[in-house]
Design a protein around this ligand. Structure first.
Ligand code: SI3
Length: 309
């Protein structure tokens, strides 16, 4: 059975894909990006080519090259580099999984195919199993994000008996607000053998209370430090302080969600906070407006002085 070299826990940044003004991947930025996450945000795990990373908007060749860049530049700095290898084509997904294994990625994750959809567990498991088999020594994570895939198969149902089918299965990325479903996944995981990674950043404290073992999300790129402080407070059972951090994060997220938060806007926020140029998103997404960026900047400044004077 494939076991992670170290248990995947804590925060995992769903990385953005830096792009040049002409829409090409800006590979030289990755090295700086790794150092920023580790040194400024205290985040040592990354999830590459996911939703935030516009993975499904990249070509297979680009996805391979980007995965390689993160593994190479993250060597001896990052604890886990998880590569999302989900695709609509099983063949593409398998070739990305095989490639992830060849370059020494720490794990692979797969989203449910969302054009021709499997309406039942058996079809989805069969697809996931075929992908996992292409990388038989690499820990496998299922990426549950029903709002984007339209696949309504509950995570608790999928998890039930999954390791009998997919021996490399190591955990779940749960990007949904259904805490009943998440709670039932935790309940099934009584021996804590799987990583159950919560994916709704603005509600992470609820996920932790239900038993999340870690979290994957876009905001850990630029709010990793604050979220780590929340995790520490929760660990010490200092709930008032943990709530204070969660409310800080929620106030900001609530503000930007109302303005229309997506990958383009996350790129703008990350550029603002880190100073690293993330560039525009790839079409059909369009870059964030200047008004959005100015608003986000002002909100961050005012929150900083009000919540942590
Ligand atoms: C729908 C979506 O993009 N969800 C994000 C969250 O991190 C999300 O951006 C955050 O909670 C703000 O709403 C992640 O769950 C997605 C993710 O980890 C990924 O990029 O693969």
């Amino acid at each position: 059975m494939a076991l992670p070299k170290k248990k995947l826990q804590g925060l995992v940044a769903a990385t953005l894909t830096p792009m040049t003004e002409t829409g090409e991947i800006n590979f030289p930025i990755i090295s700086q990006y790794v150092d920023y996450l580790v040194n400024e945000q205290g985040v040592k795990n990354v999830f590459v080519n996911g939703s935030t990373g516009e993975g499904l908007s990249l070509s297979v060749a680009e996805r391979r090259q980007l995965a390689e860049e993160w593994v190479t530049k993250g060597k001896d700095k990052l604890d886990h580099v998880i590569i999302h290898v989900g695709a609509l084509s099983l063949k593409e997904s398998q070739s990305l999984a095989q490639h992830a294994a060849e370059i020494g990625a720490d794990g692979i994750a797969v989203i449910a195919p969302f054009f021709f959809k499997s309406m039942n567990k058996d079809g989805l498991i069969a697809f996931l199993k075929e992908v996992a088999t292409a990388a038989p020594k690499v820990p496998f994570y299922y990426y549950h994000i029903p709002a984007l895939t339209g696949i309504k198969i509950r995570a608790e149902e999928l998890l039930d008996g999954i390791q009998d089918q997919i021996p490399t299965f190591q955990g779940l990325k749960f990007s949904d607000v259904d805490l009943l479903d998440f709670g039932q996944c935790v309940d099934q995981n009584s021996h804590r053998q799987f990583a159950l990674l919560f994916g709704v950043d603005e509600q992470l404290l609820s996920g932790l209370a239900m038993g999340a073992t870690g979290a994957i999300g876009s905001t850990y790129n630029y709010l990793g430090k604050k979220t780590n402080q929340m995790l520490e407070a929760f660990e010490r059972q200092d709930l008032p302080l943990a709530l204070n951090y969660q409310f800080y994060i929620q106030r900001f997220m609530n503000y930007v969600i109302k303005l229309g938060l997506g990958v383009a806007q996350t790129k703008a926020i990350m550029t603002l906070v880190s100073g690293i140029q993330m560039g525009p998103p790839r079409l059909p997404l369009q870059r964030a407006s200047e008004e959005f960026t100015l608003g986000a900047e002002a909100k961050l400044k005012s929150l900083e002085s009000h919540c942590f004077p």
